[in-house]
Design a protein around this ligand. Structure first.
Ligand SMILES: [Fe+2]
Ligand SMILES: [Fe+2]
Length: 358
């Protein structure tokens, strides 16, 4: 993953079509689930709220938003060298993430159509939005004379199976963190327009409202299934997903701090802001959130970053594979240890914060 940044050129499948990035533990995932279990879900405990959100989806506020205007009509060859590489990588990762959302929601809507129409319609309308987002990003890639072969991506990706409840925790968080990522970039560039090097960021304000509404849909689904939020297992899983999402983003983004620097952002400050906001937002529905303000939290993540840098250096060395394995082992164990300690940190009980965070 680190070494892919050092390659001089992107690999192309055919002229102008970019080969998918090498898959690593930190790349966006493609998910599948137990469709029958989801079909059997009884949403009646929170049906009114779900119907109200569906009504908002149907209004389709962003119907006319994703239209490429004259701002795009120019050559982007002046974005070159390392910046161009980082930029294309950002577009590709975002496009893959949006497209994986589209595939999951589309498949869910198709499978639930006759058995759980309320859920099916929600997924169908969200897949509409994600398709738009992915398409808009793919068009942006064409400004850099590349595109992602989304058909190829559909067929070739491996799918990870998640039980429905895990789909809800994970997609809720990925929608809300997506919202905070987009809006934080938008607000920053609004106050520093000189750093807005490409017009796509101007679309983020309305775009992120789609993600926010998607997050609200999952919030409402989870509230209809109180066991997903109330018992001790729920508390453990919420902590697990919060940590997974935050740690993945932090470890990923610090590797790509060059991209954020192009926009005049400090990757660490940006990520810490996004993590704090997402954590706070999650506190409205999750029974617990993480104590991300504890100094330990970032100290341990920083230790993982240092380990990852050493791991990358070992992987790039000419040492025999077996020797590399024994060099890497303590670093992997150290990462596991830090993440485990983060997981076991005392969480914040959101019920006791009623009236503040909630
Ligand atoms: Fe999206
Ligand atoms: Fe979304």
């Amino acid at each position: 993953m680190v070494d892919s940044l050092k390659k001089p050129d992107f690999e192309e499948i055919r002229s102008g079509v970019k080969a998918p990035a090498k898959e690593t533990i930190l790349t966006p995932r493609f998910y599948t689930t137990d469709f029958d279990e989801m079909a059997r879900m009884d949403l009646s405990p929170n049906e009114a709220e779900l119907k109200a959100i569906l009504e908002e989806f149907r209004v389709d506020y962003n119907r006319h938003h994703f239209v490429r205007d004259e701002q795009f009509e120019q050559s982007w060859d002046h974005i070159d060298g390392e910046t161009r590489k980082l930029f294309i990588e950002f577009l590709e990762r975002s496009c893959t993430a949006e497209f994986s959302g589209f595939l999951l929601y589309k498949e869910l809507s198709r499978k639930l159509k006759d058995k759980n129409p309320l859920l099916a319609e929600g997924f169908s309308l969200m897949s509409r939005d994600e398709a738009r987002h992915a398409g808009f990003l793919n068009k942006a890639m064409s400004d850099f004379k590349l595109s992602l072969d989304l058909g190829f991506l559909t067929k070739s990706r491996k799918y990870t199976f998640f039980k429905p409840k895990f789909i809800f925790y994970a997609t809720y968080l990925s929608e809300k963190i997506g919202y905070w990522r987009y809006i934080t970039i938008y607000r920053h560039l609004e106050s520093h327009p000189e750093n807005c090097i490409y017009p796509i960021f101007r679309f983020f304000e309305n775009w992120c409202q789609d993600e926010n509404r998607h997050g609200d849909f999952f919030d409402a689904v989870m509230r209809s299934q109180p066991h997903l939020l109330k018992d001790w297992r729920a508390r453990l899983w919420c902590r697990f997903f919060l940590l997974s999402v935050f740690a993945t983003m932090y470890l990923n983004d610090i590797q790509r701090s060059g991209f954020y620097a192009c926009l005049g952002l400090d990757a660490r400050e940006y990520d810490r802001e996004v993590i704090e906001k997402t954590n706070e937002t999650a506190g409205r529905v999750f029974p617990v959130i993480l104590d991300v303000k504890s100094p330990q939290f970032y100290q341990r993540l920083e230790a993982c970053i240092q380990n990852n840098e050493k791991l990358a250096a070992i992987a790039n060395s000419s040492a025999p594979k077996l020797f590399q394995f024994f060099q890497k082992l303590p670093l992997y164990l150290s990462n596991v240890w830090h993440l485990l300690r983060l997981y076991l940190m005392r969480p914040i009980d959101t019920a006791s914060l009623a009236g503040t965070v909630r």
